[in-house]
Design a protein around this ligand. Structure first.
Ligand code: ASP
Length: 292
């Protein structure tokens, strides 16, 4: 089950996603892939760009800090134990300190290698995953994280890598998969052959979910987004666009090549290759059937 940035943008939405995961985990174990909350990835990239130009990035750091602190504060009011809030706060502080050191270096150099940019830009996903793990535990559900850095081996450019499923899949066989009901993985993230963090490209979390589904032989892959499913044409342009109940991998691939943003062609390849049913579902309207 993959949740995108808009589905995690603030605490009420984050909780809605958590409820969907919790409900599903009653039926079968769930592995979930999370994006960074909306605005965070762009903010991280902007922070790096400002540092490269030697400009002040404090306002952007402040924005990121506020987004996560607000999430933690509201989560704690409603659900989390004080110790859980402190744990998340410590993770955020450690992350901020890491950014600070890296950004100072980038400022001095006046440039940022892609591998350093990748390591910074995936941190939004990590913070999302840490929060979801704590939310699951607070709901009394056994939960642990899947680390995409040690599990997904990827090739290609540091900011646009492709996962080698043949090498990555066997790495899952040593995990105590049955010990936890909900596994949480940060999306968008993998590592190269040297263990260095790479990204799977912008909007790469859908692809993370497809690869994870393939690695786990999942019974299905669910992409939870902010629309009811795949339409036969762009519903923002054509008012009587029809929602499709289902389409083939081939049709999905063609639609995405012609510009449908709902699924990237890269995402469709692993689920098609491993014949995994994929549902596009709306996290704001979970009872709608979605598109298969
Ligand atoms: N957060 C990343 C992005 O905005 C990856 C994703 O959400 O899929 O590109």
């Amino acid at each position: 089950m993959k949740f995108g940035g808009t589905s995690l943008a603030n605490w009420p939405r984050f909780l809605m996603a958590a409820d969907i995961i919790a409900e599903s985990s009653k039926l079968e174990p769930v592995a979930t892939v999370l994006s960074a909350p909306a605005t965070i990835t762009n903010a991280l990239l902007e922070m790096v760009d400002l540092a490269v130009e030697g400009k002040s990035y404090q306002a952007v750091v402040q924005h990121i800090d506020t987004v996560f602190n607000t999430l933690y504060a509201q989560a704690s009011e409603e659900l989390l134990a004080p110790a859980q809030q402190s744990l998340l706060q410590e993770k955020l502080n450690a992350q901020m300190l890491q950014w600070k050191h890296k950004l100072e270096g980038i400022c001095l150099l006046g440039e940022c290698p892609d591998s350093v940019r990748a390591a910074i830009v995936v941190s939004g996903e990590r913070l999302s995953a840490a929060l979801m793990e704590q939310v699951m535990l607070a709901k009394g559900i056994t939960s642990a994280q899947l680390d995409p850095v040690s599990l997904f081996l990827a090739h290609g450019q540091p900011l646009e890598s492709v996962v080698d499923i043949n090498v990555s899949k066997p790495r899952f066989s040593v995990l105590p998969l049955n010990d936890y009901r909900v596994w949480v993985m940060p999306g968008f993230t993998a590592a190269d052959a040297h263990g260095k963090i790479v990204t799977l490209g912008r909007n790469g979390s859908d692809y993370s979910a497809a690869v994870l589904a393939a690695c786990l032989n999942a019974s299905s892959c669910e992409i939870w987004t902010d629309v009811d499913g795949v339409y036969n044409t762009d519903p923002r342009v054509v008012t009587d666009a029809k929602l499709l109940a289902q389409l083939s991998y081939q049709e999905a691939m063609e639609l995405s090549y012609f510009g449908a943003k709902v699924l990237h062609p890269k995402t469709i390849a692993p689920i098609a290759q491993y014949h995994i049913p994929c549902y596009i579902k709306n996290s704001f309207n979970p009872s709608a059937p979605g598109t298969l």
